[in-house]
Design a protein around this ligand. Structure first.
Ligand code: CAA
Length: 240
C-alpha cells in the first residue's frame, strides 16, 4: 500500500513542490493549509491532492486533523513540517505577537504534528519526519529574531527527536533552505533582496523543486541511515 504523507503548508510555495514531488514518488499525499481556501482549492483541483485546513500552531487542531486524515486515507507514515510564516522587523519594532505567532506556528507546529504522528510511526516501526528549517536559523538574519529563533529551534528539535526514533525505524531530519523563489521571499523589499542574492555564490535564488528533491530522498527507504541531520540547500550562501 502507498505510504501516506502529510505536508503542512503543502498547497503553496516550497510545500506545494514537496506535495507534488512526493505524489510523483507514489505516496498518498495530503496537503494541510492554514487559511488560503482559494489557493488550496485550485491546488487540489489541479493536482488531485486532498487538502485539509487546520492551524498547525493549534495543538488540538493538529491532533484532530491527523485523526481525520488517518480515517480517510490511513495511518500517517511521513510528515513534512513545512508550514511557516514571517513577521520580520528589527527588535525595536517587533511586537510580542510577532514573536509569539512565529514561535507558535513555525516551531510549535513541529511539536504538534510530531505529537499527533510520531507515536503511530514508532508503533508500526517505520516513519519519516522532515522539518523545514532555514539558513536564517543557522546563521541568523537582521530583522528576524523571531524567525531565526524558531528555525534554530527546529534544528535542535530535529536532533533530539531523531534520537528517540532511531531504534524504532523512524528518522527525523531537517532541511535548511536558503533564499528560494517563493511569495515569502518576494515579500522582502527589493533592494534588501538584491543585496542578499548578491551574496549567494550560485548567483540566483533557489527553486522550490530543489528543496523537494531533498525531501524525496530523506523520506525514502534509501534514507534509512540518515537521521538527525540537516541538509543545507542554499546555493552556498552559508557553509558549515
Ligand atoms: N546588517 C546590518 N545592518 C543592516 C542590515 C544588515 N543585514 N540590514 C539593514 N541594516 C541597517 C540599514 O543599513 C539601516 O541602517 P541606517 O538606518 O543606519 O541606514 C537600518 O538597518 C534599517 O534598515 P532597513 O531600512 O532595512 O529597516 P526597516 O525597519 O525598514 O526594515 C527589515 C527592517 C523589515 C527587517 C528589512 O531589513 C528586511 O525585510 N530585511 C530582510 C529580512 C529577511 O531577509 N527576511 C527573510 C524573509 S524570507 C525567509 O525568511 C525564508 C528563509 O527561510 C530564507
Amino acid at each position: 500500500m502507498a505510504r501516506v504523507a502529510i505536508v503542512t503548508g503543502g498547497t503553496r510555495g516550497i510545500g506545494k513542490a514537496i506535495s507534488l514531488a512526493l505524489k510523483a514518488e507514489g505516496r498518498t499525499v495530503v496537503a494541510n493549509y492554514g487559511g488560503n481556501d482559494d489557493a488550496a482549492r485550485a491546488f487540489s483541483d489541479e493536482h488531485g491532492i486532498a487538502v485539509y485546513r487546520w492551524d498547525v500552531g493549534d495543538h488540538h487542531a493538529c491532533i484532530d486533523g491527523c485523526i481525520r486524515v488517518t480515517e480517510d486515507v490511513g495511518p500517517v507514515d511521513i510528515v513534512v513540517n513545512n508550514a511557516g510564516i514571517t513577521r520580520d522587523g528589527t527588535l525595536a519594532r517587533m511586537s510580542y505577537d510577532d514573536w509569539h505567532d512565529v514561535m507558535r506556528i513555525n516551531l510549535g507546529g513541529c511539536f504538534n504534528m510530531a505529537k499527533a504522528c510520531f507515536p503511530g510511526m514508532v508503533e508500526r516501526g517505520w516513519g519519516r519526519i522532515v522539518n523545514i528549517g532555514s539558513i536564517n536559523g543557522q546563521a541568523g538574519q537582521y530583522g528576524q529574531v523571531n524567525y531565526a529563533a524558531a528555525k534554530s529551534g527546529i534544528h535542535g528539535f530535529t536532533k533530539a527527536l531523531a534520537q528517540e526514533g532511531a531504534k524504532k525505524g523512524v528518522t527525523v531530519n531537517a532541511i535548511a533552505p536558503g533564499y528560494i523563489d517563493t511569495d515569502m521571499v518576494a515579500a522582502v523589499p527589493a533592494p534588501v533582496l538584491e543585496k542578499i542574492v548578491a551574496k549567494i555564490p550560485v548567483g540566483r535564488l533557489g527553486q522550490a523543486t530543489e528543496i523537494a528533491r531533498g525531501v524525496v530522498f530523506l523520506t525514502s527507504d534509501d534514507g534509512g541511515f540518515v537521521t538527525g541531520s540537516t541538509l543545507s540547500i542554499n546555493g552556498g550562501q552559508h557553509m558549515y
